[in-house]
Write a protein of this length. Sequence first.
Length: 122
Amino acid sequence: MKKTEPADLCEIHKTHPEALEMARLHEADDETSLRLADIFKVLGDRTRIKLLSLLAHKEELCVCDIAEALGMGQSAISHQLRVLRNARLVKFHKVGKEAFYSLDDDHVVTLMQQGLDHVLHG
């Protein structure tokens, strides 16, 4: 019986040294790739995506407003915000007894926008 090859693989084994050299020059080191993978893990949660989306359209929001907008309790929102804060995707400050959150920097806005553009692209 003849073994069939998947259509998405090379039919011959031939490497391209110039392409390999260029790829290796731009390969992320282990620490960088681990940190990036951690960010994508954090972004792999629908609630956190909704939360970041809210913050991308408003300079800052208090935990009460975020909880109300997402129809969730403050405790659940607080947990998600802590995960996002540990990943350096959001930051917060307190005004009296209120905690206000915002995106950590413009990179987070860009990351969200690029992801959305990719999803809507088709």
